[in-house]
Design a protein around this ligand. Structure first.
Ligand SMILES: Cc1ncc(COP(=O)(O)O)c(C=O)c1O
Length: 397
């Protein structure tokens, strides 16, 4: 039956993903089941999305309840769930205002547009350039794929959007040299996700903050992947203790419901006026209800603490694995956004783990990324790493 689904899917779904040959049908906690009933331990979480895992009773209840009231109404009117979610975001961050959209790319796109408006308003028409980092990932729309500092995602889509330049990540001299009076924004992932789990250095971010302050440049943190509890703090910037002017969020914010958000401090948020930016579904009632449940649980039910504890435990275990197997050359990351670098392609390891009931994720050619649901426990980490070690042992032979 599974093959039948795959055949039907291949006939009608555009060929952009090179899917693994399994059909995922349902989930519970940190486990998923395929259409033939095989169970998988999930260290992928929909690529850092399912913060609360699957089937969380509060999540199901609150969204179901909202569905019986109202599923959508336009931003022409005020909506209660989006007001409430914004209050939680603002009260627990350094930001003052929220703009909602539906995905990470749209959140970054909104940040790019806000920065350009701010630059032009305060520093003239030529202040529109945005500096981004090599190895970064910011999305697949034309502006965000341009912002992405990896040519492999841009091939075939030129001409790209003008006004972007790329510098070495964690290299302050390179960045300082690239800044000019045309620079309106610098965009950084505090932990590069798709690029291979590369955390920023705190001292680097501190210098970047001063550079932006001295030149009135908008500092954007793209926390689409590393935000919303992933590092053990609600926002990744809190881990580094460096406050950006703007942040982009998505993925974990809805815990599986599509939502994106761009948050800004007041002085930057003021650059947007009615009509400057919009999204039909932005701030949708169901999406914002999902966001409320996720944030309430992260903040009040010990989930951030769980990320800190389990993240530490997982990292320690990964370091032990590295000490044991030469093929592992590095362990990186914070909280539950961790990666191990190998001296070989990780593709076969990912497939073999899947066959043995563990879903893990690559990040580039030779990095395995760990972004499990934030509710994961010690036993599940032990179980997952037992499978992974078995596969690595086999491959190293
Ligand atoms: C840091 C970062 N920004 C933006 C995006 C794009 O998000 P989306 O796929 O929701 O458009 C991603 C997706 O992986 C991401 O990791």
């Amino acid at each position: 039956m599974m093959n039948k689904w795959i055949e039907r899917g291949s006939n009608v779904i555009m060929n952009t993903y090179s899917q693994f040959p399994i059909v995922i049908e349902k989930g519970n906690g940190v486990y998923l089941w395929d259409s033939e009933g095989k169970k998988y331990l999930d260290f992928v979480a929909g690529i850092a999305v399912n913060a609360l895992g699957y089937n969380d009773p509060d999540y199901v209840k609150q969204i179901s309840l909202q569905l019986t009231k109202l599923q959508h109404c336009s931003n022409l009117y005020w909506m209660i769930p989006s007001i409430e979610l914004s209050e939680i975001l603002v009260q627990n961050s350094c930001f003052d205002k929220v703009f909602y959209c539906n995905s990470g790319a749209e959140a970054v796109e909104a940040a790019i547009k806000l920065s350009r408006k701010y630059g032009k308003k305060h520093h003239g028409e030529n202040c529109y350039e945005i500096i981004t980092m090599k190895k970064s990932f910011h999305g697949r729309t034309m502006a965000t794929v341009t912002a992405t500092g990896q040519t492999k995602y841009q091939k075939g889509f030129d001409p790209l959007v003008p006004g972007f330049s790329y510098v070495e990540f964690n290299n302050f001299d390179d960045l300082e040299e690239a800044v000019s009076e045309k620079t309106c924004a610098i965009i950084i992932e505090p932990i590069q996700g798709e690029g291979g789990i590369h955390p920023a250095e705190k001292s680097y971010l501190k210098k970047v903050r001063s550079l932006c302050d001295n030149n009135d440049i908008v500092l954007i943190f793209d926390e689409v992947q590393c935000g919303i509890g992933r590092t053990g703090q609600l926002f990744a910037y809190q881990l580094f203790n460096i406050k950006p002017d703007v942040v982009s969020l998505a993925k974990g914010l809805g815990g599986g419901f599509p939502i994106g958000a761009m948050l800004a401090v007041q002085s930057k948020a003021d650059a947007f006026q009615p009509g400057d930016h919009a999204s039909t579904f932005g701030g949708n009632q169901l999406a914002c209800t999902a966001g409320k449940v996720v944030l309430n649980k992260l903040l009040n039910k010990g989930i951030l603490e769980n990320v800190q504890n389990q993240g530490k435990y997982l990292k320690e275990k990964l370091i032990k694995l590295k000490d044991k197997y030469d093929t592992i050359t590095d362990v990186r990351g914070h909280g539950l956004i961790l990666g191990i670098e190998l001296d070989c392609s990780v593709k076969d390891i990912v497939v073999e783990c899947m066959n043995k009931g563990l879903l893990i994720l690559g990040a580039g050619e030779n990095v395995i990324r760990f972004v499990p649901p934030l509710i994961i426990g010690k036993n599940e980490i032990d179980k997952g790493l037992e499978i992974l070690e078995g596969v690595i042992q086999h491959i190293q032979k």
